[in-house]
Design a protein around this ligand. Structure first.
Ligand SMILES: [Zn+2]
Length: 413
């Protein structure tokens, strides 16, 4: 279709400049949503959009948009991700997708590419979830309510309403950021993988087919606390033994009821009373399961419940659990996945299709438009840390694949 390529030197300079904003002595980035670092990052980005001669627009959820050839009539091919970071985050999580989007718009503009659909780059507000998660893209998808806005607060108790008021913004305006699906033709998010798969396989790009859903339980096994010295082994009702047995069953559960995309994790365990010389009376633990298929998730939930209740019965334990969260998996649009694959093949790239195990703004955007995602490798799978990095050659490949895919979607057919 086109032999255009992005200007790697310019993209590299953007990544390096933005990577200094919010940088702390520990070398991690601090651009939590509505923090000073976030403000500085956005101001820098706004300046880059203006310098590129793009139309700049901020919506009611403080999402920042740059637009090329926007006329309010034709739906846009949008790209984007987020500039906010976790505390002590890395330079690429989110930022890469925003900067690549900007570079695609600049490349199209400089080369006066004739497009059927305008291009747009979006920096989504608070993807990392200071106030709950994916605030900006949820707003665009129309998922917010006056209640969810007024109840949102961070771990320190600061409300979203206060944080936005500090910036002279009215949080209720986020309701108006809802985007009419007719104004969107497609959405592509380019992101670091944040896992080890592409790096291990030596691949520059992955095409994301689906974003995993999950369920998260808090499980409690109740037994009988007792003296560790005087209670014989066969007279104990020890919930930790039940927990340990369940932990040992996880791989079997996945083999029998899961898929290659399944993941199950016990990430937090608490024993009470929690003394070295006391048989615990209660084991409380988290159980989090992910998969790209809703049916698989349901099957795993049933199997886990059966396993827990049968081991509890055998061991005289009481078993109960609360569902802390349930998120449905999201499929990327098959047509867009195909478009990206076709461009990768045309460019002679070796790639794999893969699931995303982490949540992304694409999840919300899938509710209002056709979406696709491109992954580039994370060195050693590291992310949410200052050690997060991707080789420049892979960044360039990912950016050019984004460019070709966006142009293919926006082209006159
Ligand atoms: Zn991210």
């Amino acid at each position: 279709m086109t032999d255009l390529t992005i200007d790697m030197q310019r993209l590299q300079q953007d990544i390096n400049e933005l990577g200094q904003i919010g940088r702390d002595a520990d070398r991690g980035l601090h651009r939590r949503a509505f923090s000073e670092g976030d403000r500085a990052g956005r101001e820098w980005f706004r300046g880059r959009l203006e310098a590129a001669g793009l139309d700049v627009w901020q919506d009611g959820a403080a999402n920042l948009h740059g637009r090329l050839d926007y006329d309010g009539k034709r739906p846009v091919v949008a790209m984007g991700s987020h500039l906010d970071t976790v505390p002590g985050g890395g330079p690429l999580d989110g930022a890469l997708g925003v900067l690549i989007g900007l570079e695609v718009l600049r490349t199209a503009k400089e080369n006066a590419v004739d497009l059927a659909y305008p291009l747009e780059v979006i920096d989504f507000t608070d993807e990392e979830g200071r106030f709950g998660g994916m605030f900006g893209s949820q707003a665009m998808a129309g998922k917010l309510t006056p209640e969810s806005i007024s109840h949102a607060r961070d771990l320190e108790g600061v409300t979203l309403v206060e944080a936005m008021a500090n910036w002279g913004l009215n949080a209720d305006d986020a309701l108006a950021a809802r985007r009419d699906p007719h104004t969107l033709h497609a959405f592509i998010e380019t992101h670091i993988e944040q896992g080890p798969v592409l790096d291990r396989r030596g691949l520059s790009v992955g095409v994301v087919e689906a974003i995993t859903g999950l369920f998260k339980w808090e499980v409690r096994l109740k037994g009988q606390p007792n003296h560790a010295g005087t209670t014989p082994m066969d007279m104990r009702i020890d919930p930790f033994q039940g927990l340990a047995e369940f932990g040992g069953e996880i791989n079997r559960l996945i083999e029998e009821h899961g898929s290659p995309n399944s993941r199950a994790t016990i990430g937090r365990v608490e024993l009470a009373p929690g003394a070295a010389n006391t048989v615990p009376g209660m084991a409380t633990f988290s159980f989090e399961v992910r998969d790209t298929d809703e049916k698989v998730l349901t099957a795993l939930a049933h199997a886990a419940r059966r396993t827990l209740s049968s081991l509890a019965r055998r061991r005289d334990l009481m078993f109960e659990f609360d569902v802390l969260s349930e998120i449905d998996p999201v499929r990327c649009d098959p047509g867009i996945v195909q478009t990206i694959e076709a461009q990768a093949e045309r460019m002679g790239l070796e790639y794999i299709t893969m699931p995303s195990g982490a949540a992304h703004d694409t999840q919300s955007m899938s509710r209002i438009t056709r979406t696709g995602m491109i992954f580039v490798p994370s060195l050693q799978g590291r992310s949410h840390s200052a050690a997060e990095w991707t080789n420049w050659e892979d960044i360039e490949t990912g950016a050019n694949l984004t460019l070709q895919s966006a142009l293919a979607l926006a082209a006159r057919q």
